[in-house]
Design a binder for this molecule. Structure first.
Ligand code: BDP
Length: 685
């Protein structure tokens, strides 16, 4: 039952010089508050130091400065700490932030770790550990960090039977056999991983709340959930639960779940009161309502604001929030209907409600208007609702991006999304400034990431998929950071600082999404997957179904006209973007088929026809998987053997499946159009 600890697998530092320099600073750990959280942070640090440097520091509680060497951990406001700090420094440390500062004089060798809150202390502890691991120069070590976004939450789609919806890394670490797992060891290690990347919230159950999971909010499960909450609490992470909107009927035996019915409100009020009696810092509810067969306020002719606000009122006295998902659309659409456009649904459902949601409601919006495709335009809801708290939802689990068999590092895509300028408040209205709350001055906003972890030995199935979890946390903490930098730090901490290792893995990560896109569905096409499980190519898998994800290919053209003259989707954007997306010449080419219906003979900027581009892209993409394989092969002997072999195996599968993608999609287009590949690579009579 052994599992790795990803980027927290501490390796011994072999650099004697560094060890000598660092010893005076780390052989003692002083804590200024002798509480649970401080001791936990100190123990984390001690364990790390023991493993990395082979020395075992003493942990001491102190209330005055009677030492000259060691690491001092304390909160702002403490006299001993404050002596070392300038006024401006103190002002810069926010609620969850921290300061790491070194005092190195003839008589003193002190590392100060200072924060305002316990969360800041634990974040700072991991940052310090990581700095020591990459052998940062202590004499110049000075860090002030604050997270940009207030909510940095992981969403688990874990079911009570232990399965995980869209999970590709084994079973749930929280549930099995319709029960909460008894041992929380793995949960604790998970909390450590999450704290080390700055996550502060976790929703542990699937947004589709069915069966036993409906009862999670009752005393039947709350005692066990309170233990999970306690485990997370030590690491600055709050527990949230996904709820079923019809719970008053299922659990309460009421005849309705109408949000405006006083009995329904009372029932939720009591339920919330009970939850807080078990979990005093409970984060709140995540709600998927009126979406894909989940009940919601529409059933009673009420609006999403009615539904969300009712719940928000019950949570308000305790400081809880309602995270309400904007993934609402008609999944029973008539495929012959060419007027209805699923891409427009979220905006149509929510835009009219701007200003109606209470302050402790946050709208959680998928990054694009459809569903986590390899590429989509950014959802027009961002920047479309300035009076509503918003979170961006990203999918760390690789549902449509290779299911952790294919290497597909998502940091590059996410960064592009976050840097998108909506123009909603003039130039510079970036998504990252919307979701960190600064553009509109929101209190609750941030990032939600659908988890890619499970109980597999390496947590994520593909060892390199750990980088996606890492990057999600790091971007949520600071979306201004470059992904090159973030990915590189992950490699250093996970695989060490061998030059070739760093260079090759960095190349693999940074190019993998581009490659995956090339051999699957380039030009914003999306969706050509097998229905249901969503793995592997199927050009018309969803073409004649009710899910509304059509490309409408015929023998002459492909793509959906979503311009203002077509379905009108582009009208949901700021005029700046509407004009660009409307114009086939100006529309970013990687989204061409999302916005336009284009003849196969249309010439792209390169001069290639659309059909030839399709062929080339698939051939090139599948071929570039060889480069991934080669880069990895070059690291043989430099990487832990088990990890090396696991990744090699997945790369081999990726190659086979990339070829399948290439051939199925190219054949499809050839048969549809009858236009041969200019380079003669398609073998047909
Ligand atoms: C889709 C998934 C489905 C989820 C749904 C959601 O295929 O399993 O339940 O999104 O986000 O991507 O609610």
């Amino acid at each position: 039952n052994q599992y790795t600890m990803c980027w927290l697998d501490y390796k011994r530092c072999e650099d004697e010089e560094y060890l000598k320099k660092v010893i005076p600073f780390i052989s003692n750990i002083f804590i200024l508050d002798n509480n649970y959280y401080f001791r936990n942070a100190a123990l984390e640090l001690k364990e790390a130091i023991k493993n990395i440097f082979g020395v075992e520091p003493n942990i001491q509680t102190t209330s005055y400065l009677d030492f000259h060497h060691g690491t001092l951990i304390g909160k702002l406001g403490n006299e001993v700490i404050e002596k070392f700090l300038e006024k401006e420094e103190k002002e810069q440390i926010g609620n969850e932030g921290f300061l790491i500062k070194v005092v190195a004089t003839k008589t003193q060798n002190i590392i100060l770790l200072v924060a305002k809150t316990e969360s800041g202390i634990i974040y700072g502890t991991f940052e310090l550990i990581n700095r020591l691991r990459v052998k940062s120069n202590l004499s110049s070590l000075y860090i002030i960090e604050n997270p940009k976004a207030p909510l940095r939450v992981i969403n688990h789609w874990d079911n009570m039977d232990g399965s995980i919806e869209r999970g590709y890394a084994g079973s749930s670490i929280f549930f099995s056999n319709n029960r909460v797992k008894r041992s929380l060891k793995r949960v604790r290690d998970y909390a450590r991983l999450l704290a080390s990347i700055g996550i502060n919230g976790v929703v542990i159950n699937n947004v589709n709340v069915r069966g036993k999971a409906i009862w999670l909010i009752t005393p039947k499960y709350l005692p066990e959930l309170s233990e999970i909450a306690e485990t997370f609490r030590l690491y600055g992470i709050k527990l949230y639960i996904s709820i079923n909107f019809a719970s008053p009927i299922y659990i309460g035996g009421l005849s309705t779940a109408d949000p405006l019915d006083p009995d329904v409100f009372k029932w939720w009020q009591e339920t919330v009161k009970t939850i807080y009696s078990y979990i005093p810092d409970f984060g709140g509810f995540l709600v998927k309502a009126d979406s894909e067969f989940n009940p919601g306020p529409y059933v009673y002719g009420r609006s999403h604001a009615d539904g969300a606000n009712m719940l928000a009122r019950t949570l308000l006295p305790y400081g809880g929030v309602v995270i309400w998902r904007a993934f609402v659309y008609n999944c029973l659409q008539d495929w012959r209907d060419t007027k209805t456009d699923r891409a427009k649904a979220a905006y149509e459902n929510f835009k009219p409600l701007d200003g109606e949601f209470l302050d402790n409601v946050v709208l959680q919006i998928k990054y694009g208007p459809m569903d986590f495709q390899v590429r989509e335009p950014v959802s027009p809801l961002f920047g479309g609702m300035e009076k509503t708290n918003q979170m961006i939802e990203l999918q760390i689990t690789q549902e449509y991006t290779g299911q952790q068999i294919h290497l597909c590092y998502l940091g590059t895509l996410w960064k592009e999304i976050l840097e998108f300028d909506t123009y909603c408040k003039g130039k510079g209205s970036y998504i990252k400034r919307i979701v960190d709350g600064s553009l509109f001055g929101w209190k609750y906003c941030g990032f939600a990431g659908v988890s890619n972890i499970g109980s597999s030995i390496n947590w994520t199935g593909h060892d390199l998929a750990q980088a996606n979890l890492w990057t999600f946390g790091k971007l949520a903490w600071n979306p201004d950071r470059s992904v090159e930098d973030i990915a590189k730090e992950w490699i250093l901490l996970t695989f060490g600082d061998d030059k070739k290792v760093v260079e090759n893995i960095l190349w693999m990560l940074l190019n993998s999404h581009r490659i995956y896109e090339k051999y699957t569905t380039p030009l914003g096409l999306g969706w050509m997957v097998n229905p249901g499980h969503h793995y592997g190519p199927n050009p018309e898998g969803y073409e004649y179904s009710k899910w509304g994800t059509y490309h409408r290919a015929d023998t002459k053209a492909i793509g959906v006209d979503r311009t203002s003259k077509g379905t009108g989707y582009t009208l949901q954007y700021h005029p700046h973007w509407q004009k660009i997306f409307d114009d086939i010449e100006k529309c970013p080419e990687n989204l061409l088929l999302f916005f336009h219906r284009v003849p196969y003979t249309y010439r792209l900027k390169s001069g290639k026809t659309l059909i030839q581009f399709m062929y080339d892209s698939h051939f090139e993409g599948a071929e570039e998987v060889d480069v991934l394989i080669q880069k990895w092969e070059e690291l043989r002997g430099k990487i832990d053997e088990d990890i090396f072999n696991r990744v090699s195996e997945r790369l081999k599968m990726q190659k086979e499946h990339a070829i399948e993608w290439r051939d199925v999609i190219n054949t499809y287009f050839y048969r549809k159009t009858g236009i041969p590949d200019e380079k003669g690579r398609l073998i047909y009579p």
